[in-house]
Design a binder for this molecule. Structure first.
Ligand code: EAX
Length: 335
């Protein structure tokens, strides 16, 4: 996607064009460098709001030297494929959940632990702290550039079978999870049958009954019209789902420090706009889902869910250690 300073050759055949005018035409003909930005959600989603904020900020800061093309709805593939694309340089910027990210950057698995954060304020406070920066910096050990932590939202369960009020209600349900071992383990502990799958395949899988349910934040349930294929929503809020704005080192390593800083700034503007949209949808989204026919269980006692998934923590620490987890818990407590 490198077209920076690609110069078009053209012949000035128009008689009477002054040398000065020619120079202006030549300068404007320096094509802007096109930056591709991919995500899995629709053009009305909170990711699209973030993508547009990225675009306007980068284009403004660079005075048009970069232009951003947004690719929505998984048109560049699922999140795992797009992360691979960043590594090989077939896509420049991606907004992705942490779903498949741990497969590339195992240090981020800690963020996928159920019930790690209690509120949006707490999660944002931790991700905006030096711990969030540390995790972003880890990305560069894995051929990725961590530009900013953005947001997907607290995830809730939907399904087409029955209302879920306790973990026992999830027993035996085939629930699509993200391609993330920590999430899969949590659902196994709850008694469900986790089925990992890329997001672009999910709507059809729900429609065809390949899986009974899925879990995603209100933001995603709204943006994807899941009410068309899911009758029940339970506000389990079982895990906070961050998103990350990631860049390709193949593009970013070749830029000047100033240009690279524009990308970081654009990513921070993207995260801020996305978080605002998440907050709006948290206020307004449930009513919208009810209007569209979903039965929403709001008053859930999360204690039994927390107990059910407790072994996922032991399995996590046995594989990944407890140091970062403890630092995050300590920070969260002080937020
Ligand atoms: O990042 O895969 C998922 O369920 C994600 O929440 C979605 O792709 C948005």
């Amino acid at each position: 996607m490198k077209t920076l300073f690609a110069r078009r050759t053209f012949t000035a055949t128009v008689s009477g064009l002054s040398t000065c005018a020619l120079a202006v035409v030549a300068a404007n003909a320096q094509a802007a460098q096109e930056v591709s930005l991919g995500h899995t959600l629709s053009s009305t989603s909170h990711y699209a709001v973030g993508a547009q904020a990225f675009k306007s900020t980068l284009e403004e800061l660079s005075d048009g030297a970069f232009t951003v093309n947004e690719y929505t709805s998984g048109s560049l593939g699922g999140e795992r494929e797009m992360i691979e694309g960043l590594q090989i340089g077939t896509v420049d910027v991606v907004i992705t959940s942490t779903g498949p990210l741990g497969n590339f950057v195992p240090e981020t698995y800690v963020l996928d632990l159920p019930f790690l954060f209690e509120s949006y304020d707490q999660a944002r406070c931790v991700l905006d702290s030096e711990l969030g920066d540390e995790l972003l910096e880890k990305m560069s050990d894995h051929e990725l550039v961590g530009l900013a932590w953005s947001e997907n939202g607290f995830r809730h369960m939907t399904n087409s079978r029955r209302e879920i009020a306790t973990p026992a209600d999830a027993d035996g349900l085939r629930v699509r999870t993200m391609e993330n071992e920590v999430h899969q383990e949590a659902f196994r502990q709850m008694g469900a049958r986790p089925t990992p799958m890329a997001f672009p395949e999910l709507f059809t899988a729900l429609q065809q009954g390949t899986v009974d349910g899925q879990e995603n934040p209100i933001t995603v349930i709204v943006a994807t019209n899941f009410w068309e294929v899911q009758d029940y929503l339970s506000l389990t809020g079982h895990v906070y789902s961050p998103s990350a704005v990631l860049g390709s080192p193949i593009l970013l390593d070749g830029l000047s420090d100033e240009e690279r800083e524009w990308f970081h700034e654009a990513a921070r503007a993207s995260a801020e706009a996305t978080r605002e949209e998440v907050s709006r949808l948290e206020r307004e989204g449930v009513a919208l889902l009810e209007e569209n026919g979903m039965t929403v269980k709001t008053d859930i006692d999360i204690g039994p869910f927390q107990q059910a998934v407790e072994p996922a923590y032991e399995i996590f620490t046995s594989q990944h250690g407890s140091e970062m987890l403890e630092r995050i818990q300590e920070k969260a407590a002080s937020c």
